[in-house]
Write a protein that binds this ligand. Structure first.
Ligand code: NIG
Ligand code: FE
Length: 404
């Protein structure tokens, strides 16, 4: 199958097969007037005036901007129920302490795998229409062996009917269920849940909410060591509510990413840099919680490869569009638009260990790309809240088309 895209106004992409760090994040590759030839799901050529002979499908981009499919490396997109009362109370001054996780857990426990999959599918389709072609989804609202497995099976089920790349993460250590003793729950995670997740291939990553009031450094270390022993890759919810040393632990364990980092210390950032851990920043959460943002500028100065994600979840962030996240990163974390695009594509792919396959528009990579009805990429944060995504292509197939 050969598809040719012509008439691209501006092709915009970072370059490389690994994360781009520090100053390099500004070095977007921008080309005018090039065509893209896709063969068997991969980009086989990017050049001017590619001949249209023997092409099965021709797409006229009509002067639009082409970007790599957006990659969302951090979501909690499988859940049941809503928490608007908690949200409104917080807007009017109540603090966030993570207590609402149990409310969602109660709703999830009463919901079938099929219904959870339907809920997830709805959110995934909205994300796809907003240009996300790869998304990570965490469990974490089951908090028992059966319910955590049910959530991951729901992700698997949703995956079959949504044409995106989906990366599941096991987050059994998201909170402590009130019906089990703390130590017993941790042993349940280690002796029951992690082995099941591995045996049934339910997740690629294991994550822990390592923070004040949740999992301590030593509990997190024990769980993540067991996960690594079972062949899972590691992620941490680190330094979101307090500077609790999560970044330092992510570095010690050589985790793939440390996420949130709203309150990370200078020492924590330096350790991440030395250990090659990717900081995944989630400005939608800081925005919705009305707290300070992660120190993205300092991280870039220190030479870190910053990635961006939504953190889409029913408690702290209902934003599911990566273009909105790019806008927030530019407006509130001081990132340049070029840095933010790199962070939402190639570096986000690296946070899922997929940077050699996706995250940039280059010959040999998978053909995941989006066409935006904009005159140039610098209009992305300017048109904040618009959805300019016209066409979404994943693995060489047109998987979404907006009709205006
Ligand atoms: O990433 N920090 C932990 N978990 C979620 C929120 C969980 C919730 O409140 O439901 C987060 O912000
Ligand atoms: Fe999160």
């Amino acid at each position: 199958m050969r598809t040719l895209i012509t008439g691209i106004g501006q092709l915009v992409s970072p370059r490389g097969r690994g994360p781009v760090a520090g100053k390099g994040m500004n070095a977007l590759h921008v080309r005018d007037g090039v065509d893209i030839l896709i063969e068997d799901g991969r980009i086989s050529r990017i050049a001017r005036s590619i001949s249209a002979s023997k092409v099965d499908r021709a797409i006229d981009a009509a002067g639009m901007v082409a970007l790599p499919g957006l990659v969302d490396p951090h979501t909690h997109a499988v859940f049941a129920g809503t928490r608007e009362d908690e949200f409104l109370a917080r807007v009017h001054g109540s603090p966030y302490d993570g207590g609402g996780i149990m409310e969602t857990t109660r709703a999830v426990r009463k919901t079938s795998e099929e219904e959870l999959a339907r809920n997830a599918r709805y959110h995934l389709k909205r994300m796809l229409a907003a240009g996300t072609t790869t998304v990570e989804i965490k469990s974490g609202y089951g908090l028992s062996p059966e319910d955590e497995v049910k959530l991951l099976l729901a992700v698997r089920r949703a995956r079959r009917s949504v044409p995106m790349r989906i990366v599941p993460t096991f987050l059994g250590a998201h909170a402590f269920p009130p019906d089990v003793r703390r130590d017993d729950y941790i042993s349940m995670i280690i002796t029951e849940m992690i082995p099941t997740v591995r045996r049934r291939r339910l997740a690629q990553f294991c994550d822990v909410f390592c923070d004040k009031g949740f999992y301590t450094i030593s509990e997190t270390r024990t769980i993540l060591r067991a996960a690594r022993g079972a062949g899972l890759r590691l992620k941490l919810h680190a330094d979101e509510l307090a500077a609790s040393g999560g970044a330092e632990l992510a570095a010690e364990l050589s985790a793939t990413s440390a996420d949130h980092l709203l309150r990370v210390t200078e020492r924590g950032m330096r350790k991440l840099q030395t250990a090659g851990v990717i900081p995944v920043l989630l400005p939608g959460t800081a925005f919705s919680l009305k707290t300070e943002y992660a120190p993205a500028r300092r991280m870039i100065e220190l030479g870190l490869p910053v990635a961006l994600g939504t953190d889409f979840n029913p408690g702290t962030c209902l934003i599911s569009s990566m273009l909105i996240i790019i806008g927030l990163a530019v407006m509130w974390m001081g990132m340049t638009i070029e840095e933010a695009i790199t962070a939402a594509t190639l570096n986000a792919a690296a946070a899922l260990e997929l940077a050699d396959e996706i995250g940039s528009l280059e010959e040999g990579k998978a053909a995941d790309l989006i066409l935006l009805k904009l005159e140039n990429y610098r209009q992305i944060p300017y048109f904040f809240g618009h959805n300019p995504v016209k066409t979404v292509i994943c693995g060489g197939k047109v998987v979404h088309e907006t009709k205006w």
